[in-house]
Design a protein around this ligand. Sequence first.
Ligand code: GRF
Length: 182
Amino acid sequence: MKNIAIFASGNGSNFEAIVNSNLNCNIKVLICNNKNAFVINRAQRLNIACEIVEYNKYKSSCDYESAIEDVLNIYQIDLIVLAGYMKIFSENFVKKFENKIVNIHPSKLPNYKGLDAIKRAYMDGEKEIGVSVHYVDSGVDTGRVIACEVIEVKNGDTLECVEAKVHKLEHKLYSKVLEELL
Ligand code: GRF
């Protein structure tokens, strides 16, 4: 069975959905770069080890990434799953873990890369808003797409309603793709 690490920085609804989907793997650790993130409460409740590795504690991104690598080595991680992790890895780091880092992004990539993707698509009047799971490279949401599904935006849908639909799809799609990858 493969050992996976989930990286998250904030709310952690995707983290919780993955843990609850009983994948055929060991979810060894949550790696979080924000000591105030709600995802840490979720990890405690779900009995998943949590390692907080904060960027501002290190002199350089090289030192930060080597601290992350130490954690990955300790837990013997095979696959890195990013779920709302707000930090871009260097090219050097990504090369070391080629095809071993995946991410989820709430858009039909390559459209709407980066922050506030759902809001931007909604404001543009898009009738379909996607969720993509992709391999990670050193760009922002630029790695090869593994799977993409969409929700329909109906007339009268508020932004909140669309966001809720997108998150529901994320929770389903991420576990499905991980199951296939594992
Ligand atoms: C999700 O929309 C995910 O696609 C994006 O960040 C958000 C994280 O949400 N990368 P949560 O913390 O899992 O609730």
